[in-house]
Design a protein around this ligand. Structure first.
Ligand code: GLU
Length: 418
C-alpha cells in the first residue's frame, strides 16, 4: 500500500499547489496547507495482544478550526495512508464550509483477527495515548473504516476517565445514548445522495436508467443502497469483502441488508447462483453495466487496469481516494463525471460537526433538522464546485480543489502566513 498512498499523497499536494498558485496564494501559504502541522506515531502495548500496536494521529491543518477526522483500524494503516486521509479531511471540511480543520488517525491491526475484548483494548490504548493532543477545542476524532459507535464509546470513556471530566464533544459518531446525533449513522450516504441528485440535475444527459452499482456493503455502502433504492434508482450490483452480486433487474437491498445484519454472512453465502443473480468477483463488479458507480470501500479500486472498461457515466466516490491518479485521467478522457470524495462523502463529517455543536449546546436536534441542514450544506458545496468547474473549464475534482484550497488558504493568510 505504501507506494500507492505515497503517490496519492504527493499527488494531492501537487493538486493543492496548482490550485493555490492559480488562485494567487504565496509559496509560504501553499507550503503551510500542503504539510501536516503535527504527527503522533507511537507503538503501544495493548492488553491481550502480544505484539505492540502502531497508533497514529496526523493533525494536518487547524487554520479553520479544531482538527477533525476519523480513526481507521486496518492492517494496511501506515503513516503515508493516515497523512493522505488527513490532507483529504482538510479539503473536505474546507469545501463544505464548516469551522473545522483536518486530521486522521489509525491503528495498524486486523480487527477480523481480534475478539471484542482485544478491540476494546486497542480503542482504549489509542485514546490514552492521544489524550493530550485531542480535546473538544483541539482535535475531535470520529469513526472510519472498521470503527463504529461502540469503539467511539470506549474511546470517550477512556478519555474522560484520563482527563477527569465529562467532555462528550471530544469525539463524534457516538451512539445516541452518549450524545450522538440523530442521522449520523447514515450521514455519509445521505450527504452523497443529496450531492448525486444535484449533479444529475446539472448533467441530465448522464442520468440514463438510474442503474447503480455499489462497491462495499458496510455502513456507507448499505445505507447508500437503501436510500437510493427508496428513490427511483435501481441497485443492480453490490459487494462485500468476499465477493459481489449483480442482477440487471435490481436487488432487494433492504432485505439483503437485514439478512446480513442478522445472519452475519457474506453476500455469496446468501445466494445460490441463478439466472436472475450472478455471483461475481469484486473486480468484475466495477465493470458491470450501470449508469452510476459508487465505490464505498477502500482506496485505489478504480485504476488504469479497469478504468477503460467502466460503463458508468457518473462515479460518486463515497470511499476516500478510490480512484488512482492514472484512472482519473482515463475517466476524464471518457467524459465520465467523477464526483470527488472530498465532496461526495463529506456528509459524514458534516453531521459530525452537527453532533459537536449539539454536544457543546447540550441541546439535541430532531432528525428532520439534521437532514435539512445537511441538505443545505451539501447542495451549497455542490453548487459552488459545479459553478467553478463551468467557469474555469475544470473537472469537478479540479474545481473542488480550487474551492477548498481558496477557503483554507485564505484563513492561513489571514493568520499572517502570507
Ligand atoms: N471518517 C469520516 C470521513 O472520512 C468521518 C470523519 C469525521 O466525522 O470526523 O470523512
Amino acid at each position: 500500500m505504501t507506494h500507492n498512498t505515497e503517490t496519492m499523497f504527493t499527488h494531492i499536494q501537487k493538486a493543492i499547489q496548482k490550485a493555490g498558485e492559480e488562485l494567487g496564494y504565496s509559496e509560504k501559504t501553499i507550503t503551510n496547507i500542503t504539510h501536516p502541522y503535527n504527527i503522533v506515531e507511537k507503538s503501544v502495548q495493548v492488553d491481550g495482544i502480544d505484539n505492540s500496536v502502531d497508533v497514529y494521529r496526523v493533525q494536518f491543518n487547524n487554520a479553520l478550526g479544531p482538527y477533525k477526522g476519523g480513526i481507521r483500524f486496518h492492517p494496511d494503516v501506515d503513516l503515508d495512508e493516515v497523512k493522505t486521509l488527513a490532507i483529504t479531511m482538510m479539503l473536505k471540511c474546507s469545501l463544505v464550509d464548516i469551522p473545522l480543520g483536518g486530521a486522521k488517525g489509525g491503528a495498524t491491526i486486523n480487527p477480523k483477527e481480534l475478539n471484542d475484548k482485544q478491540i476494546e483494548a486497542v480503542a482504549r490504548a489509542w485514546a490514552r495515548t492521544m489524550h493530550e493532543v485531542i480535546g473538544v477545542d483541539q482535535d475531535i476524532p470520529a469513526p472510519d473504516v472498521n470503527t463504529n459507535g461502540q469503539i467511539m464509546s470506549y474511546m470517550l470513556d477512556e478519555y474522560e476517565s484520563t482527563v477527569g471530566h465529562s467532555e462528550p464533544g471530544v469525539i463524534t459518531g457516538k451512539p445516541l445514548e452518549l450524545g450522538g446525533s440523530k442521522g449520523r449513522d447514515k450521514a455519509t450516504s445521505q450527504g452523497g445522495v443529496y450531492v448525486l441528485e444535484k449533479v444529475l440535475e446539472y448533467f441530465p444527459e448522464k442520468v440514463g436508467t438510474k442503474k447503480v452499482v455499489i462497491q462495499g456493503f458496510g455502513n456507507v455502502g448499505s445505507f447508500a443502497a437503501t436510500l437510493l433504492a427508496n428513490k427511483d434508482f435501481t441497485i443492480v450490483g453490490i459487494s462485500d469483502s468476499k465477493g459481489a452480486i449483480y442482477s440487471e433487474k435490481g436487488l432487494d437491498v433492504e432485505m439483503i441488508a437485514e439478512k446480513k445484519r442478522s445472519e452475519r454472512v457474506s453476500l455469496h453465502e446468501l445466494f445460490t447462483s441463478n439466472d436472475a443473480i450472478k455471483k461475481i468477483s469484486n473486480e468484475e463488479l466495477l465493470i458491470q453495466p450501470c449508469d452510476i458507480l459508487i465505490p464505498a470501500a477502500l482506496e485505489n479500486q478504480i485504476t488504469e487496469s479497469n478504468a477503460d472498461a467502466i460503463h458508468a457515466s457518473v462515479i460518486l466516490e463515497l470511499a476516500n481516494n478510490p480512484t488512482s491518479v492514472a484512472a482519473d485521467i482515463i475517466l476524464k478522457e471518457k467524459d465520465v463525471v467523477v464526483i470527488p470524495d472530498f465532496l461526495a462523502n463529506a456528509g459524514g463529517v458534516t453531521v459530525s460537526y452537527f453532533e459537536w455543536v449539539q454536544n457543546r449546546q447540550q441541546y439535541y436536534w430532531k432528525l428532520k433538522d439534521v437532514d435539512d441542514k445537511l441538505f443545505d450544506i451539501m447542495v451549497a458545496a455542490t453548487e459552488k464546485t459545479y459553478k467553478m468547474s463551468q467557469k474555469e473549464g475544470l473537472t469537478l475534482r479540479e474545481a473542488g480543489f480550487r474551492v477548498a484550497v481558496d477557503r483554507v488558504a485564505k484563513a492561513v493568510a489571514l493568520r499572517g502566513i502570507k
